[in-house]
Write a protein that binds this ligand. Structure first.
Ligand code: NAD
Ligand code: DAU
Length: 350
């Protein structure tokens, strides 16, 4: 049986990747390694937590000794590394956590992989999940390709860019079998409500102001999270060692247009008069260093590995809204902080 450690599996994207691998590959044993920061929530994985090919370990990737012990006891065949501090606004107010988890944590994992696999890299793989934000910002035209020069602007994207460089350096220097993917903005179920789409859904539902930074002119390229998990699956299994793939939805939206669409979906779902929710839109101070536009060219992934997004955005957004409206307990637990007390009491770090 192949053993895979998935880091950050209690977070938004990580939980979708864990669920997919546990359900689709009964021949794999999935170890979910997560610190359970504010962004980690084991309720995201309630449906698979009792499966025989899954277990959870609470731990911090910034602790090198712990990571060493983890590799010695678990003896993984592969790592899929998603654990990170992921919110740009938090990185602006407190950058150091981003350096520790995103850079030092990644290097701790690389060191352990190098030490325990000891040059025997056949059938062993280090998959690093990264972001399109490492490429910086686009103007009105153009797209990010795998050749675009790195030009990060926020402490978050600088920390992710740094971790990408370390991953490549371990391939070039030590021959570690690595793959990297850089994905655009994800949306879908279990998304923490500090990010634009779940925050807006929660605020509209509760008749609270929906904050739009600046004039809402910034553009993001949105991808359904389950399509990202499927791309990770394909790349993990089929990419050549050392490869990089961009993943994106071919789905660019100005923030203000996206929020207006969301407001009209919410009006319909909540039985409000058309235009009612849009009255909650409130323009607020812009994010410092706010990247104007992201757009991913995912041609290479389609050409080499046949991956394409499966969902149209309007359909995906409807599904997402439906999920939040029918999972009120999840949302209430997350916004009240109750989820942390519940799971923190159950698990202690190893
Ligand atoms: P998230 O914030 O929802 O989840 C991060 C997870 O990592 C949480 O479960 C948290 O508890 C865990 N974690 C944080 N610090 C840790 C540490 N020191 N040790 C162990 N676990 C720790 O993040 P997400 O949005 O699911 O993003 C996952 C990955 O995908 C990140 O690497 C992010 O950079 C990347 N990514 C995200 C997006 C997006 O749109 N959300 C897009 C492209 C790439
Ligand atoms: O591009 C991939 C990245 O997408 C990931 O690497 C990050 O982990 C993920 O958080 C996301 O970053 P963004 O900064 O693009 O996502 P966020 O949801 O924070 O913001 C989306 C856009 O909406 C951005 O232009 C800022 C704006 N915004 C955000 C919030 C939270 C608002 O206008 N109002 C808000 O309240």
């Amino acid at each position: 049986m192949k053993k895979i450690i998935i880091t950050g599996g209690a977070g938004f994207i990580g939980s979708h990747v864990v669920r997919r691998f546990v359900n689709i590959y009964p021949g794999y044993h999935i170890v979910n390694l997560d610190k359970l920061t504010y962004a980690g929530n084991l309720a995201n994985l309630k449906d698979i937590e009792d499966k025989p090919n899954y277990h959870f370990i609470k731990g911090d990737i910034t602790d090198a000794d712990f990571i060493d012990r983890l590799f010695a006891t678990e003896q993984p065949d592969a790592i899929i590394h998603l654990a990170a501090e992921s919110h740009v606004d938090r990185s602006i107010s407190d950058p150091i956590e981003f350096v520790l988890t995103n850079v030092v944590g990644t290097v701790n994992l690389l060191n352990a992989a190098r030490k325990y696999w000891d040059g025997a890299y056949d059938q062993r793989r280090f998959y690093h999940v990264s972001t399109d934000e490492v490429y910086g910002a686009l103007g009105e035209s153009g797209m990010f390709t795998e050749q675009t020069k790195y030009d990060p602007h926020s402490p978050y994207s600088a920390s992710k860019a740094s971790s990408d460089h370390f991953v490549r350096a371990y391939h070039d220097t030590y021959g570690l079998d690595v793959v990297i993917s850089n994905c655009s903005n994800n949306y879908g179920s279990h998304h923490f409500p500090e990010k634009l789409i779940p925050l807006a859904i929660n605020n509209i539902k509760n008749n609270k102001a929906v904050p739009v930074y600046g004039k809402g002119e910034n553009v993001r390229d949105w991808l359904w999270v389950e399509d990202h998990a499927r791309a990770i699956d394909v790349i993990f299994h089929e990419a050549a060692p050392g490869e990089t793939y961009n993943i994106g939805g071919h789905n660019e939206w100005k923030n203000i247009d996206l929020i207006r669409l969301l407001c009209s979906i919410m009006d319909r779902k909540l039985g409000r008069a058309d235009g009612e929710s849009a009255k909650l839109i409130t323009f607020v101070k812009d994010r410092a260093g706010h990247d104007l536009r992201y757009a991913i060219d995912a041609t290479k992934l389609k050409r080499d590995l046949g991956w394409e997004p499966s969902l149209q955005f309007e359909e995906g957004l409807e599904k997402t809204v439906d999920w939040y409206l029918s999972n009120e307990e999840w949302l209430a637990d997350v916004t009240s902080g109750h989820y942390q007390q519940y799971y923190k009491a159950q698990y202690t770090s190893r």
